[in-house]
Design a binder for this molecule. Structure first.
Ligand SMILES: NC(=O)c1ccc[n+]([C@@H]2O[C@H](COP(=O)([O-])OP(=O)(O)OC[C@H]3O[C@@H](n4cnc5c(N)ncnc54)[C@H](O)[C@@H]3O)[C@@H](O)[C@H]2O)c1
Length: 252
């Protein structure tokens, strides 16, 4: 039996790309899966249920909409049971234009903050009470190595991921007394399906590879050991941390 059997995992942005791979890794370990994605994730949920013999459901939710997030959290509790894992993965990322900051539209800046930062806050706000009630839980916020290094023409995105580090530290302090761990998993550039769909924005370059101690490209499966570690009892004494999974590009 997997280490996460009997646990309900909420994965935002879980219908596609890295989020979908995260759902698979948690399901392999026996977790039941609740997807919240702005896109339709019903096919992903059906495939998870079939391949991994877990319960899996998908809700079409905009994580920046508090009423929708509250409704989603309540329905997860009613249908699958209280959530024990939350992976805040949804973000505006691959589809964002690469633009000098002085050309970046202010309304798109607001939208990036609404999805990437407020969305993670709202999910934690409405999902964490189920963890507090049971005195245990794991929140994994997906950050980015870019928050440490900066990146040209991605100021809104990088700023939003720097905010995730602050959110992680604050929630870790507030939720520690309830037995809830909160950590950031910070990937380097990973050749996710979405990155490969937007090569004009995010082409993995030789310079990226040379910046790494482990000089190779990153693929989605590189993240899964860290994800399962942070979701499982193996990380019970780890909170408020950032785990960079980037081939040793940044060393924290
Ligand atoms: N791939 C990389 O190189 C890389 C590196 C560092 C961090 N990350 C982070 O990993 C996560 C996944 O990245 P990805 O490569 O799969 O790209 P992606 O852009 O496809 O991931 C975003 C996911 O969030 C969903 N989403 C977007 N807006 C939403 C909203 N308002 N409400 C709910 N869901 C919404 C999308 O449908 C998609 O499934 C993101 O948080 C990204 O910032 C990725």
């Amino acid at each position: 039996m997997g280490v996460l059997a009997g646990t309900v995992a909420v994965v935002t942005g879980g219908a596609h790309s890295l989020g979908r791979t995260f759902c698979e890794a948690l399901a392999v370990e026996g977790a039941d899966i609740a997807i919240a994605d702005i896109r339709d994730g019903r096919d992903t949920a059906a495939e998870l249920a079939r391949r991994f013999e877990v319960r899996a459901r998908s809700w079409q939710v905009d994580v920046s909409d508090e009423a929708a997030v509250a409704r989603f959290a309540a329905e997860v509790g009613q249908t699958l049971g209280p959530a024990g894992i939350l992976v805040n993965n949804a973000a505006l990322f691959a589809e964002l234009p690469s633009l000098p900051f002085h050309d970046f539209p202010a309304d798109l800046w607001d939208r990036v903050m609404a999805v990437n930062v407020k969305g993670a806050f709202l999910m934690a706000k409405h999902v964490a009470p189920m963890m507090i009630d049971r005195g245990r839980g794991k929140i994994i916020n997906i950050g980015s190595g870019t928050a440490y290094k900066g990146m040209i023409e991605m100021a809104a995105y990088v700023t939003s991921k720097a905010a995730i580090l602050g959110l992680t530290r604050c929630l870790a302090r507030e939720l520690g007394r309830h037995g809830v761990n909160v950590n950031t998993l910070a990937p380097g550039l990973i050749e996710s399906p979405s990155v490969l769909e937007h090569p004009h924005n995010l082409a993995p370059s030789e310079a990226v590879i040379r910046s790494r101690a482990l000089q190779r490209r990153g693929v989605p499966s590189d993240l899964l050991g860290a994800l399962v570690f942070l979701a499982s009892p193996a990380s019970d004494f780890v909170t408020g941390q950032t785990l960079a999974v980037d081939g040793g590009s940044i060393t924290l």
